[in-house]
Design a protein around this ligand. Structure first.
Ligand code: SAH
Length: 499
């Protein structure tokens, strides 16, 4: 049997692909169908056909799966943000638990028995909508010439108009409508990607969930401010935005480059404060996730890296803290520490924490956040984890530790930091560098806590650590991103006692 473009097929969906697509077979042929849910029988139109598999477009759900649910968002198929909104949340959680398990099996080479012993059930969300504290909307112009805010259609740069994203806060809609009304009334043009003309490129909104504070940053294509500000009729926009309850900071970010990078480095506050604050609460993950009262407050600027799902982040970090098993005597390294969120969690229960992060501004933020919370037993170093850690281990203080940002921090204590009790890593998707893993092994910490946003690289790295003398004790996925295919995982490894 051969399939051609635009052929119609009827397929029973039996599996879920890596990108959340439905997978089904018909006459020995495998079909990948975006938006089809496992358990559906669907009619689909072939888009692209290969020798024994094809991609097809969902045309009609013939028999809906028991796992199919009505998506809240009418744009969920066109928008690139959510991949599995049509799948009910319980089934999404099972999909993510299975995804982690399969990667540990296939890539990590762990056995089913071992994984059944160490894997704990995924930590889901209580409310899988309205969970994001950060939204970035591209601004464009529709066919009638009106300014629109919206979302990029999956993998493209065409804007689908819509001011309501169900993953973000409800108040974002009012903020966007306010900005669009201001643009219309004052003839402020949206940026045009094709020719680099126009003014407003993006709108960034950040919400402090516990503080209730809101930050709005308009990314603009404007080099120099006029005598009246960065924007035409700026006072009108400021008046309208500042009357929205919770509004704390309004700023502009200058970006005149022809680039996909959203934010420009240059930020000017045009109303209110430069930053908003938010609080992350430590939870007792062994006892119903109750709050322990050890809250941490963070100061967030438009450019700061900050976890986007604050409620699940509390659970993720609290789990990392539980796995670290701290009693107050320990020395801890926190590699890939960002603005020091995990480091400061650990510092409350350890003797000393050392954080390492590649972005200099994040290190400055981490130090500020330590001060803000009255924490003095956390030190932060800028550099690549795979360079800072080996340099310290090899006593090469002339290298990375002579960097200006590192020189003003006390260098790690040789007696305790060379053989720490715990090393925490939270690397980006590509995982840890081998030089970093090798140094970790040589430092022989009692425990390693691995926080991962990509279970494939996690599996690869866990294999290296286990072959190097560690035992996998616990694995627990945490869902930070409902309706997307992403899943975070926290793992505990402990050093095997020498025989
Ligand atoms: N633990 C932090 C950040 C995790 S994201 C938090 O939860 O907020 C991963 C971080 O690793 C990012 O801040 C990124 O800038 C940093 N990073 C990426 N490559 C790195 C490297 N080679 N060495 C150190 N940090 C790196």
């Amino acid at each position: 049997m051969e399939y051609r473009k635009n052929d119609m097929v009827t397929v029973d969906i039996e599996d879920i692909g890596m990108d959340g697509e439905g997978i089904g077979k018909a006459e020995g042929f495998t079909f990948f169908i975006k938006d089809a849910v496992i358990g559906d029988r669907v009619e689909a139109k072939v888009i692209k056909s290969k020798k024994n598999y094809a991609y097809a477009r969902l045309e009609k759900v013939v028999t809906p799966s028991p796992f199919r649910t009505t998506p809240k968002c009418p744009l969920h198929r066109a928008c690139g943000g959510c991949q599995i909104q049509a799948m009910d949340y319980e089934r999404q959680l099972k999909f993510k638990q299975d995804k982690v398990k399969n990667n540990l099996l296939r890539i990590g080479g762990f056995s089913t028995e071992e994984l059944d012993r160490v894997m704990e059930p995924i930590v889901g969300m209580e409310e899988p909508f309205r969970y994001r504290n950060k939204a970035q909307y591209p601004i464009g112009t529709d066919k009638e010439g009106n300014p629109v805010a919206g979302f990029y259609a999956g993998r493209t740069h065409s804007i689908i108009a819509g001011t309501q994203c169900y993953l973000g806060r409800e108040e974002n809609q009012e903020i966007l409508e306010t900005i669009l009304t201001y643009m219309k009334e004052n003839h402020v043009p949206a940026y045009e990607e094709e020719n680099g003309k126009g003014l407003i490129r993006h709108v960034l909104i950040r919400n402090g969930f516990l503080s209730g504070e809101i930050m709005v940053c308009l990314v603009i294509n404007c080099k120099k401010p006029s005598a009246f500000g960065y924007l035409p009729a700026q006072e009108k926009l400021v008046a309208a935005l500042s009357s929205i309850p919770g509004m704390t900071s309004v700023s502009v970010s200058i970006n005149t480059e022809k680039t996909n990078v959203i934010m420009g480095r240059d930020i000017h506050t045009i109303w209110g404060k430069d930053t908003i604050t938010d609080t992350i609460r430590v939870r007792d993950m062994e006892h119903d996730m109750v709050f322990t009262g050890k809250d941490l407050t963070f100061s967030i600027s438009p450019l700061s890296f900050y976890q986007v799902n604050p409620l699940q982040t509390e659970k993720l970090y609290s789990l990392a803290l539980q796995y670290a098993g701290l009693t107050g005597k320990e020395t801890v390294w926190d590699l890939y520490c960002g603005i020091g969120t995990i480091s400061l969690f650990m510092a409350q229960a350890a003797r000393q924490v050392y954080g390492v992060e590649i972005v200099p501004q994040a290190i400055l933020d981490a130090r500020d956040n330590a001060r803000l919370n009255g924490i003095s037993n956390a030190a932060f170093y800028v550099g690549k984890a795979e360079e800072v850690l080996p340099a310290f281990y090899n006593g090469d203080t002339a290298g990375v530790f002579s960097d200006v940002l590192n020189r003003i921090e006390q260098t790690p204590d040789k007696n305790t930091a060379l053989h720490p009790d715990v090393i925490v890593v939270d690397p980006p998707r590509k995982g840890c560098d081998e030089a970093c893993l090798n140094t970790m092994l040589m430092m022989q910490p009692e425990r390693i806590v691995y926080v991962s946003c990509d279970s494939a690289t996690l599996a690869r790295d866990l294999r290296i650590l286990c072959d190097g003398g560690y035992e996998l004790k616990k694995v627990r996925p945490v869902d930070q991103f409902a309706h997307t295919v992403h899943v975070e995982t926290v793992c505990l490894l402990s050093r095997k006692s020498p025989v």
